[in-house]
Design a protein around this ligand. Structure first.
Ligand code: NAP
Length: 276
């Protein structure tokens, strides 16, 4: 087993991605960091263990080339972190197809594309970790974020299914579901809101205002995530789902309790459709 691993991380120019790159390099790991703009990665590190690559996550060829470059330089990939993502807010009726598609394109389909291009290398090695940064919203959604939640439910669902499929090949998959972390995520320039506002949904704006006010006050420290991901990659039996942050843990726990009691309440109805 390699103690120092080769990591491929999307969305590395800021927030969690940037913290991961810096901390992993400091721990002696090798990192490939991707961003939409190469210049946004230029001041991160001079180290030979860091390879910054401009990648268009919407473009198959751009992703394929990045893996080719990475493997040419470092010979292998041990850990793939699908981190790039953003939040889209608004009532479903307010959001355009283009707004919805773009959120799925980056939060979900980009992860699929990255995994598809990583797998030939991971399969050949018969080892590796795929870590998908989902969200607590992908398990227990808040009001006003249904599309964002859907992208993250999709990512968590994909991770669970994939973990079954890839385990026999020695490849582990984990969905990380963070609560609030102090990054750029909740800033006005990162969040995307529906361009079309319907007065009937003004109550949703109040939920958004509450969320925006959290910016800079979140409980989660992004600098502590690298150690968690290293622990996952060193584990023989890594978790398929990991809720990150006490807030995420509490929200997930409340949801599980609610789900259990609702299942019991409706148990008779659930059983009523069996052939008797
Ligand atoms: N912070 C939180 O509270 C929180 C909670 C739950 C889940 N998450 C998830 O954590 C992940 C990282 O977010 P963060 O908190 O680090 O936020 P961030 O500081 O805003 O960074 C987001 C990263 O995602 C990339 N990205 C954003 N929009 C993109 C687009 N349209 N196309 C391509 N790349 C895009 C950016 O990549 P570039 O380098 O190309 O700019 C950026 O580096 C996201 O998937 C987010 O959904 C965050």
């Amino acid at each position: 087993m390699h103690t120092n691993k080769v990591w491929y991380i999307t969305g590395a120019s800021k927030g969690m991605g940037l913290s991961l790159v810096k901390n992993l390099l400091q721990m002696g790991h090798t990192v490939i960091g991707t961003s939409r703009r190469l210049d946004s990665l230029s001041n991160i590190s001079e180290s030979d263990d860091f390879l910054p690559i401009e990648v268009d996550l919407g473009n198959e060829e751009s992703i394929a080339n990045s893996f080719k470059k990475a493997v040419e330089r470092f010979g292998r990939i041990d850990v793939v972190v699908n981190n790039a993502g953003f939040g889209t807010g608004g009532a479903l009726e307010e959001l355009s197809t283009a707004e919805i598609n773009e959120n799925f394109n980056i939060n979900f389909f980009a992860a699929i594309r990255v995994i598809q291009h990583a797998l030939p290398y991971l399969r050949k090695q018969q080892s590796g970790n795929i870590i998908n940064i989902s969200s607590i919203a992908g398990f227990a959604p808040g009001t006003g974020w249904s599309v964002y939640a859907a992208t993250k439910f999709a990512l968590s669902g994909l991770s669970e299914g994939l973990s079954n499929d890839l385990k026999p090949l020695g490849i582990h998959v984990t969905a990380i579901s963070p609560g609030g972390f102090r990054t750029n995520f909740a800033s006005a320039d990162a969040l995307v809101y529906a361009g079309n506002n319907m007065p009937e949904y003004n109550y949703i704006r109040a939920h958004h205002a509450k969320f925006n006010a959290m910016h800079g006050m979140q409980t989660g420290n992004p600098e502590k995530i690298a150690a968690v991901l290293v622990k996952i990659t060193e584990s023989e039996n890594p978790p398929v789902n990991l809720f990150l942050g006490s807030d995420a843990y509490q929200r997930a726990s409340d949801k599980i309790n609610f789900l259990s009691s609702q299942m019991e309440e409706w148990k008779e109805v659930s059983f009523s459709t069996d052939f008797s």
